[in-house]
Design a protein around this ligand. Structure first.
Ligand SMILES: [Zn+2]
Length: 253
């Protein structure tokens, strides 16, 4: 009798242990599945552009000795949302465009250089604040929603044509759309090839880079020959010499 009682106790203990183990395994599996789906969602959000998967980290002997966290190198793209970052900005000459106060002088020098070379450069878009970007983006989302898109699909579609708040480089105050002449709109606008060639050759002397060149679309996700970006002369000359875009440059540090 006593042996049978012991066996019952052992059996109950064993069953209880099995039950506890099953609960632990099931909840752990659920946790893992949630983590996997979270990771998948993150990957969807950061690709493209995402330099780490596309470019090997190289070692350059002439890599500028700079503090990559400084304002000039602020990376802003769909993978690097800068939130409500708001630099101090200043009006560019008598235009309606603004630029980060610290980049004004180099930019005025660039304008002067372009004029001396016979061009009449026009700042089409300069600084755009987080609030301005939000309202532009939200109106595009609303447009898509009114066409019958779900909110999620409308946001995806909007991101194709307008940067989401915090992801437009114009919010850094360092990115500018610079045309060779005045224009009301960019639709049907053709850049003067001579001006683009002049920019290619000279913008780094003033500390600017062509931010979205054609050969870096796989990384930046866009081709905008008119969009220039201030990074300072050391970084600009280095990027030009080694044919690197800002994503690749920042990735070296
Ligand atoms: Zn632009």
């Amino acid at each position: 009798m006593s042996r049978s009682k012991v066996n019952w106790t052992q059996l109950l203990t064993l069953l209880l242990a099995l039950a506890v183990l099953t609960v632990i395994v099931l909840s752990r599996r659920n946790e893992v599945q949630q983590t996997i789906s979270r990771q998948t969602a993150d990957v969807d959000m950061i690709l493209p552009p995402h330099v780490a998967d596309t470019v090997e980290k190289q070692v350059y002997a002439d890599l500028p000795d700079i503090d990559i966290t400084s304002w000039e190198y602020l990376l802003c793209n769909p993978a690097h949302n800068i939130g409500q970052y708001a630099p101090e900005v200043v009006q560019i000459e008598s235009s309606t465009s603004y630029i980060d106060t610290r980049a004004l002088e180099p930019f005025l020098n660039l304008l002067q250089g372009a004029r001396a070379a016979g061009f009449s450069p026009h700042v089409y878009v300069g600084y755009r604040s987080y609030i301005m970007q939000s309202s532009q983006y939200n109106s595009v989302v609303a447009d898509f929603e009114s066409q019958g898109y779900s909110t999620l699909d409308a946001e995806k579609a909007a991101a194709e044509v307008s940067a989401a708040p915090g992801t437009s480089e114009h919010q850094t105050g360092l990115g500018l759309d610079l045309l060779d002449r005045y224009a009301e709109s960019l639709s049907n606008y053709e850049m003067d090839e001579n001006f683009l060639a002049w920019l290619d050759e000279h913008c780094t002397e003033y500390g600017f880079i062509k931010r979205y060149p054609e050969n870096k679309i796989s990384i930046t996700g866009r081709y905008e020959p008119w969009h220039i970006r201030y990074v300072g002369t050391a970084a600009a000359e280095f990027m030009k010499l080694h044919d690197l875009c800002l994503e690749e440059f920042v990735n070296l540090y």
